[in-house]
Write a protein that binds this ligand. Structure first.
Ligand code: HEC
Length: 262
């Protein structure tokens, strides 16, 4: 940058009390942005950025928080525009300045997260439900990342510090169907028995009403499809109260993030 530019920048900085050097100093982190967004912005903007957080639902914000998933609203808005709105706030609204609460890097992280609109638009029924019932996620609200939680757990000598992460059992139940204790018990018990009796390391029992759909590591699929093994699996799931069995020929995949269409 030329000298005059630098001088003007410095003078403006002094005048408005805010650095005009707006470039992120490092590559923005989407993950960090997600944590920040969850702990700082969802009160107003909602878990998915739709402008429907608990504060907004109380109906006292005029104008209401922006729906950050609304592409019409944000059409033509550049990342720098967003950065400025977050840094200085929107005068006359409850969108305050986050120029002090968040470092420059953190503000860019939040934008990087928003830019991954998939992440905001993601169907996360568990998160939505927790949000609706004002469930707190203290570690998340404290802005701790998963890695930091592990490091703290190790420092505190907790045995679980390096336990492999595992998805909540409710992920075995298709979106849109009721999650009951009964169903969760069937899943938990079923997976334990299958692991033990058939020596499976990776196994998911997807609860599809009367049908149990089993996913195992791709390398185990062929073995499980052999008639005698399949018989054994069928016996196990029938024992749990299922009428039908499907062994998924594709093997284990993460739970489908989109709602099931009938
Ligand atoms: C106290 C409630 C509240 C909090 C907390 C809050 N916002 Fe806002 N935000 C608002 C309101 C209200 C508006 C709407 C302003 C308007 O109508 O122009 C807004 C607008 C915005 C906009 C402008 C969208 C546009 O029209 O261009 C962005 C971007 C934004 N917020 C991001 C964030 C981020 C990121 C955070 C967390 C760091 C955050 N907000 C935290 C209330 C809030």
């Amino acid at each position: 940058m030329c000298r005059i530019g630098t001088d003007i920048e410095r003078q403006l900085t002094v005048a408005i009390g805010e650095s005009l050097d707006e470039r992120p100093a490092r590559e923005p982190s989407v993950m960090n942005g997600e944590l920040l967004f969850r702990s700082t912005c969802t009160r107003c903007h909602g878990m998915q950025g739709r402008g429907d957080g608990p504060v907004a639902r109380a109906g006292q914000l005029k104008p209401p928080p922006a729906d950050l998933t609304d592409s019409t609203l944000l059409a033509g808005t550049t990342p720098l525009d967003l950065y400025r709105k977050i840094s200085f706030g929107v005068p006359g609204t409850k969108m305050r300045s986050f120029g002090e609460a968040l470092s420059r890097e953190e503000r860019w992280d939040a934008i990087a997260y928003g830019a991954v609109t998939d992440a905001l638009g993601d169907v996360r029924p568990g998160m939505t439900a927790a949000d609706r019932h004002h469930i707190h996620a203290p570690l998340l609200e404290a802005g701790l990342s998963k890695v930091e939680v592990r490091m703290l757990a190790r420092r505190l000598a907790l045995r679980v510090w390096d336990k492999p992460q595992s998805a909540c059992l409710a992920s075995r139940i298709p979106h849109g169907s009721e999650v009951t204790v009964e169903k969760l018990k069937q899943v938990e018990r079923g997976e334990a028995v299958l692991r033990e009796k058939l020596g499976l390391r990776v196994v998911r029992l997807r609860h599809e009403g009367v049908k149990a759909r089993i996913e195992v590591a791709p390398s185990d699929v062929a073995r499980l499809l052999r008639p005698e093994e399949k018989e054994a699996v069928l016996a196990i799931v029938q024992d749990l109260g299922f009428a039908e069995l499907e062994i998924d020929p594709r093997g284990y995949r993460r739970a489908d993030p989109l709602p099931q269409e009938d």
